[in-house]
Every structure is written in structure tokens, then in C-alpha cells.
Design a protein around this ligand. Sequence first.
Ligand SMILES: Cc1cc2nc3c(=O)[nH]c(=O)nc-3n(C[C@H](O)[C@H](O)[C@H](O)COP(=O)(O)O)c2cc1C
Length: 390
Amino acid sequence: MSSGWFETVAEAQRRAEKRLPRSVYKALLAGSERGLTYRDNIEAFGELGFAPHVAGMPADPQLGTTVLGQEIALPVIISPTGVQAVHPEGEVAVARAAAARGTAVGLSSFASQPIEEVVAANDKTFFQIYWSGDRATMERRLQRAQEAGAKAIIATLDWTFAHGRDWGSPTIPEALTPKAMLSFAPEVALKPRWLLDFARSGALPDLTTPNMAERGEKGPTFFGAYGEWMTTPPPTWEDIAWLRSQWDGPFLLKGVCRIDDARRAVDAGVSAISVSTHGGNNLDGTPGAIRMLPGIADAVGDQVEVLFDSGVRRGGDVVKALALGARAVMIGRAYLWGLAANGQAGVENVLDIMSGGIRSAMLGLGRTSVQELTREDVLIPEGFTRELGA
Ligand SMILES: Cc1cc2nc3c(=O)[nH]c(=O)nc-3n(C[C@H](O)[C@H](O)[C@H](O)COP(=O)(O)O)c2cc1C
């Protein structure tokens, strides 16, 4: 076992915090305002229980399933994250790790590496797009994704651009010029291993977004891209139906919290939705995402694939989400911490922690395949669920 191996996602988080400059660690932690939703995403999982058997269990629980038309070896995929400067290999390392474990990767529009390189590392790549810029620009982004070989689109709509967090937002420079590096010198100097990784790769952390431009172009800076998104008027449901009609293949609408929105997403023609609070980075005070999953799965689960993300830190959480109606889950911070702690091997490590935990929970529950999981497998306390927009 390599020395960088870790036992839990909690340990990966501790190592990420130790290794990364403070601003970069804070950018990964994210969250908004008071952090109510951030915390409830995680704590709500702790309110759900299991009732394990001791005999008559399956020897080898089966974890495989399909999502957005792709076969995956475990019901966990990589959620798109636009965070930069965690590791020199960034999204390509994450894509390779997911491929090594037989699963799919979501690539953010705000990623630091071009989609063509990510698809070369993992052919099960789903490209995430924002409602950003004009229609012609969005069409070109979809076309590039299609030419690159993306298997599905993830449209992310859930962000209210919350301002401020009580634990402080990081300072992220526009570009890593020598002047900007100097202003980061004290905190970077405290994290020599992080800097050494970049020094070895011969590149500074790249703060541009190549997938927001034409293929081969450098792309705007992170803030340039963010500015375009912030100043684009939010989409109507007709806009979403239009966006969906521009993509010939599976289309996931990410960030649904309400039953009425889930129904509108179905009407707009999407093939999948994800119940998500953007990991607690959106409107603070939204209940933990897992509380909203059962109501939404009941309302639209027979019409579209229902995925889930926000707060997943272990395999048992994955099993709980599947039991409550998700087909698969997406993870965010868990793999970012793995990446920060140990590069590609760290992301593989996180996926192995997930598989191990899923197997362990399925064994206790006496379930042979992930498709067999039902609500009876979980102890749900009274008053646990939230049905928003019912
Ligand atoms: C640092 C960070 C950056 C993110 N960037 C994006 C993004 O660019 N696009 C997107 O659709 N979601 C983004 N997300 C949300 C994740 O895809 C996912 O919904 C969330 O992380 C799930 O919660 P978890 O971190 O508790 O697993 C980001 C999340 C974090 C923590």
C-alpha cells in the first residue's frame, strides 16, 4: 500500500488542509453564508439508520449500474467542480482515476483543462454547462463537447451567487502573475509540498477556463468566465427546453430541490435530474439535499433518472441515497480532497472508500445488488423529509 493511502474521506480532508495553501483549501471548502445547508447536507445523513442482519447475507454484492446511458462499476460518479490549482494534473488526473475504477466524470465549464484531454483520459465524460452567454455561444460550447466525445450534458442552474461566508472567502487572483504570487508568498511558503508538485510539473496553477472558448484557444480567466455567467439573465423553463433540444443525447438538469421544479424539468424534456444543493454553496437555509430526495423521487422517478449529490462522505451515505430513490450519486469535495492529498491515487482511494462502504452496508442489509435497495433498508426518523413545492 502506498504511503499516501488514507482510510476515510475525513482523513483526506485533513491532509488536504495540511497540504494546500489556505486560500486554496478555503476555495474547496466553499459553502455559503452561515453554512446551514452545508452542515445539514452532512448531518442529515447521520439521522438515517441501518438495521443489519448477521446471517443469510450475499457473499458478493453487485455495485454496477447505468447512468445517462453509460455502464458504471459503482453507483458513484464525479460531480463537476470548477476549482483550480488543487493539483497540477487537475481534471485529467480525476478523469483517469474515475476510468481506473470504471466510472464516469462530470467536467465543469470552469475546469482548468480542455475537454478533449479529459475525454482522452475517460471516455465516460459528461460536460457541464451553465446558462451563460448568448444562445449562439452556448450552441458552440455544446458542439465542441459533442465533437470531443462527451456522452451527456449536465446543465447546472442552481446558483444564487450568495455573497460571503461567515468563515471567510478566499482571495483568488485574476491570474498568477509574479505580483500575485508574491502576495500569496507567506501562505504558499508554508505549504512547500503543494508548490513542489507544481514546480515539478513545470507549470503554475492555471486560472483560465479553456472550455469557455473555442477549441485550442486559451479561454477567459476564471473571473472573466464567472462575470459572463453572473451577467447573463437567468433562464426561463422555455430556455431550458431550448438548451435541451440542442443536445442529441442524455441531458441532466443539476440542482433540483423542489417537486414542482422536478416536474417542470420533466416537461422540458430532460432525461435526468439531480437533487442537489450544490454542496451547500447555493441559497443558505435550503434543507440538506437528502431530505428532499424521497419526495422528488416519488414524483418523477418513473419518468427520468434521479441522481443525487451534496454531503456524501462515505459508502453508507451512497446506500442511503440509493435506498431513498437515487439511481446513483455524485461526489464533489470528497474527491477534491483526495486529489489534493494524493493526486490521481488519492481520487482512486476515495472511490475505493466509497465501494468498500457500499459493499459493507449492502452486506449488512442483505442486498445482492444496488437495484434492490429500497426505503425499508433505512430507518427514517419522523419529520426527516422535506417536500418543497409539493
Ligand atoms: C469547490 C467547488 C466547486 C464547484 N464547482 C462546480 C461547477 O463548476 N459546476 C457545477 O455544476 N458544480 C460545482 N460544484 C458543485 C458540485 O458539483 C457538487 O454539487 C457538490 O460539491 C456536491 O456536494 P459535496 O461536495 O458535499 O459532495 C462545486 C462544488 C465545490 C465544493
